[in-house]
Design a binder for this molecule. Structure first.
Ligand SMILES: [Fe+2]
Length: 341
């Protein structure tokens, strides 16, 4: 027979165990689900830091395409909370298919310049990247404008990836916003006539082509310069070119973004908010920019030492939404100019 005191001790012990279990369970189910177009090596260090700080577990589905289709298919049963992607066109696609929900946070809005977030608070930039003009070092220093790609002195000397790649579509859209449809078509046709070869390959493949003397000039995103410099096999390619920030004496260089959004049916909205606010915090911005060699979206966080060594630059102040509105027209003009043929 248990004595009364021992019996009470046992009961209390059991109660404490149940309470501990409950609190552990409550802690363990704090989670947030992320659908990401951004690669694991880039976001994992951020999520590890977030979980360490907040105790919220991050479950990630990585994909290279199909995010909008998956969210549409899942509908209101979708487990997705936070969506991470690159390029304004992908964010606009999610927005236009009604897969996002409005989200206001003074921490986020205070950290991100207006031109890099949706007017209706449905998406936000996390990093920025410039569409640079790379030029062979053998050409010397040149003050490029995007308009110069149509200059006949560059006939047969330019390489590029497909005109229909989102990076180029956004650039063409920014040209339409600046010059209008008619002048942009003329520019595109002349640019096409200056190509050394049919559009093909990645941004990095164009720099390789410059290294191989197949052309002198190419278009490429800024972070690829850092990636090539850090890659044993590609360093020679990067060493053969200058990275130029176009339109520095007028409107500034065209900038695109990587960004985040809150999924329409987010089941863990509070945790999503905590994660999204973390991603624009100073330490997260530093880590993000350092890992992928992009520019932090916050003006009070500096780029990595390598990226900063390419120099300060002026960015086009046109809002990304204005550029995105010209996306369909840009695709139409790229077709009319038969840019990829
Ligand atoms: Fe890229």
């Amino acid at each position: 027979m248990l004595s009364k005191a021992l019996f009470l001790q046992c009961v209390m012990g059991a109660v404490i165990s149940v309470i501990s279990f409950l609190s552990f369970t409550a802690h363990a189910i704090e989670e947030v689900n992320v659908y990401s177009y951004r690669q694991p090596f880039l976001v994992k260090p951020l999520f590890d830091k977030f979980t360490h700080q907040s105790g919220i577990k991050v479950n990630v589905v990585f994909a290279k395409k199909g995010m909008a289709e998956r969210l549409s298919r899942e509908g209101k049963y979708s487990p997705a909370d936070v969506l991470l992607t690159t390029d304004i066109s992908r964010l606009i696609e999610l927005h236009d298919k009604d897969l996002l929900q409005k989200f206001t946070s003074s921490k986020i809005n205070g950290a991100i310049p207006k031109q890099y977030r949706a007017q209706d608070d449905t998406w936000f930039a996390l990093t920025t990247r410039v569409r640079n003009i790379y030029s062979a070092k053998r050409l010397g220093n040149i003050d490029f404008n995007y308009e110069d790609l149509a200059d006949e002195k560059y006939q047969g000397r330019i390489c590029t990836r497909s005109g229909k790649h989102p990076y180029n579509v956004a650039l063409v859209a920014s040209m339409i916003a600046e010059h209008g449809e008619t002048d942009t078509l003329v520019w595109l046709e002349k640019f096409k006539n200056n190509l050394a070869r049919k559009p093909q390959g990645s941004d990095r493949a164009q720099v390789q082509a410059i290294h191989q003397n197949l052309c002198d000039i190419s278009l490429g995103n800024s972070y690829y310069f850092g990636k090539m410099l850090k890659d044993e096999k590609q360093k020679n390619w990067a060493d053969a070119v200058n990275i130029n920030f176009p339109n520095q004496k007028n409107r500034g260089a065209h900038v695109n973004i990587s960004g985040m959004a809150l999924a329409k049916y987010s089941p863990n909205k509070q945790n999503a908010k905590t994660l999204m606010e973390f991603l624009v915090s100073i330490p997260a911005q530093q880590l993000y920019a350092e890992t992928n060699m992009e520019y932090p979206v916050r003006s009070d966080v500096t780029a990595s030492t390598l990226v900063a060594s390419w120099g300060a630059f002026k960015a086009d102040s046109l809002s990304l939404e204005t550029i995105a509105k010209q996306r369909k027209t840009a695709l139409k003009l790229i077709d009319i100019a038969q840019f990829d043929l």
